[in-house]
Design a binder for this molecule. Sequence first.
Ligand code: GRF
Length: 217
Amino acid sequence: MSARVVVLISGTGSNMAALLDAAADPAYGARVVAVGADRDGAGGIDRARAAGVPTFTTRFADHPDRARWNAALAERIAEHRPDLVVSAGFMRILGPETVGRFPVINIHPALLPAFPGAHAVRDALAYGVKVTGATVHFVDEGVDTGPVIDQVTVRVEPGDDVHTLHERIKAVERGMLVDVVGRLARDGWTLDGRHVRLGPTGPGPLPTSRDVAEENR
Ligand code: GRF
């Protein structure tokens, strides 16, 4: 049976669209059961509707404070009984009402822990890095601080601006997100502190940094 995935978006939703395309194959192991947005006019909502996927919008401005918005959002998500929630270009910080209730992953356009926050591509360019990329991570209560699931690199080319660099990052992050969601859905995962292992079983707990230090003595 396919894992039930709810995708949260704020804008174009190209990552969400890539998940919809992948999920058309029953062997993928996951299906998008709903797409939610925090604002009107998120283009991805139309794309989801056209694909026959239920959508919802939980506007931040309609709630008196962040906690009540988070609680309302969690309720809307829960209606779709997700096994996994994917934040794909969702430009709001999720609170404990959501991240404490469902497994949530996020796609971020930089190599975390470098350049967290809403302006990762701009910040990487301004810093002058030669290599950046994208990260898929579990969401905790911080801003882009949760355990890393996978990362992919992208070179910064001379003459890049925020738009050209972000487009190249988005081209590779879609592939990574599709791969990660499929693997999480089909194989499950184990979380050991900050260490994520994809797959149902493994040779035992992942080494902690102290174990590694002892081995290296
Ligand atoms: C992506 O670059 C993602 O990493 C970031 O927001 C962008 C969303 O793009 N969090 P889209 O809406 O999926 O096209």
